[in-house]
Design a protein around this ligand. Structure first.
Ligand code: OSB
Ligand code: MG
Length: 366
């Protein structure tokens, strides 16, 4: 299909509660949305970068700039643009996986709508609904943490993930384990520890966690392999896994026995599926991560999470866990699951009024 028109839209969405992790605290999401038209068919993409480069080097202004000035000219120059050709067309632009993923998502949405085919069907979904977990931010006081976890369990979430950092780890996790007994429980450090913290983190072993996610810096794959020799809790990588090849290497090195898959981090849903396939071939379970997406990104994530090797509940929570008002019909939890959309493309489209209400700017590109 021929790319005819692109709009880069920025929205500002307040979170229902501050979300604190070792990397900082988020109060709202500053989201870049990509709206494309190919052969008269529209598609939507969502960029997972945040407004500031506090978590990743990518951030919304940077993503918008590199898409407008460096990616769109390459795409408008093509007679025919297909999602599966994007990696090759955009190869002259180094890096920027979250920006590329947003463009790919939009083009794939349009392509699939034109074919009357859903994301789930295209990606290879093997279930109609996915098990959902919830990611719980760091709480200053443990009684507040217990109250928050109790609320999510009451809503039906099937797995709790606690954000940890030095000073908010062993005792907090133990308090949750003791208060709620035999729940599925895991932790995420977002790179907050160092190679010397092995003995400290081994104190988590007696708490029967599903996994510990990304304890060390993203570049330190070898450090994770060494840590895996000291800590019995399975190590899961998030930030380190930037491609299917890196996933293959990390697994071969013994750096992880579980993988968190986020399409934005690996440059798109096509590469995310390749990460899934590499892990499946090596017997490594995966689960779907999240970046506090709006319902647009959530629709694609839920479709991805329905692939066969996504055997652990994902950070695919309901719209209400993040936003008082989503920009599409909200995703609502049903017995701890979300339904995989079945309509063409993403299966969801923005609600005009809500989209306008949260829009900060719209940039039209041809
Ligand atoms: O590491 O998974 C992470 C949010 C922002 C940045 C990084 C992470 C997260 C989460 C939230 O854990 C997951 C979600 O979208 O619910
Ligand atoms: Mg993580």
């Amino acid at each position: 299909m021929k790319l005819e028109h692109v709009e880069l839209r920025r929205i500002h969405l307040p979170l229902v509660a501050p979300f604190r992790a070792s990397i900082g605290t988020l109060l709202h999401r500053d989201v870049l949305l990509v709206n494309v038209t190919l052969d008269g068919v529209e598609g939507w993409g969502e960029c997972t970068a945040f407004g500031e480069p506090m978590y990743s080097y990518e951030y919304s202004d940077g993503a918008q700039d590199v898409i407008r000035r460096h990616m769109l000219p390459l795409l408008f120059a093509q007679e025919e643009v297909r999602a599966e050709d994007l990696a090759r067309i955009l190869a002259p632009v180094r890096g920027h996986p979250m920006a590329k993923a947003a463009v790919e998502m939009a083009i794939l949405d349009a392509e699939l709508r034109a074919q009357n085919r859903s994301f789930g069907d295209f990606l290879g979904a093997s279930r109609a609904q996915v098990d959902c977990g919830v990611s719980v931010g760091i709480h200053e006081h443990v009684d507040d943490l217990l109250r928050t976890v109790d609320g999510y369990l009451g809503e039906g979430y099937k797995r709790i993930k606690l954000k940890i950092e030095p000073g908010h780890d062993i005792d907090d996790v133990r308090a949750v384990r003791e208060a709620f007994g035999d729940i599925l429980l895991q932790v995420d450090a977002n790179t907050a520890y160092t190679r010397g913290d092995g003995q400290h983190l081994a104190q988590l072993d007696e708490l029967d966690l599903l996994l510990i996610e990304q304890p060390l810096p993203e570049e330190d794959v070898r450090g994770h392999a060494e840590l895996a020799q000291v800590v019995r809790t399975p190590i899961c990588l998030d930030e380190s896994i930037t491609s299917a090849d890196i996933a293959e290497d990390a697994i071969a090195m013994g750096a992880c026995s579980v993988v968190n898959i986020k399409a934005g981090r690996v440059g798109g849903y096509l590469e995310a599926r390749r990460v899934h396939d590499v892990c499946a071939a090596r017997g490594v379970p995966v689960w779907c991560g999240g970046m506090l997406e709006t319902g647009l990104g959530r629709a694609a994530n839920v479709a991805l999470a329905a692939l066969p090797n996504f055997t652990l509940p994902g950070d695919t929570s309901a719209s209400g866990r993040y936003y008082a008002q989503d920009i599409v019909e909200p995703f609502v939890l049903a017995e701890g699951t979300l339904a995989v959309p079945t309509g063409p493309g993403l299966g969801v489209t923005p609600l005009e009024d809500e989209l306008e209400r949260f829009t900060v700017s719209v940039e039209t590109c041809r």
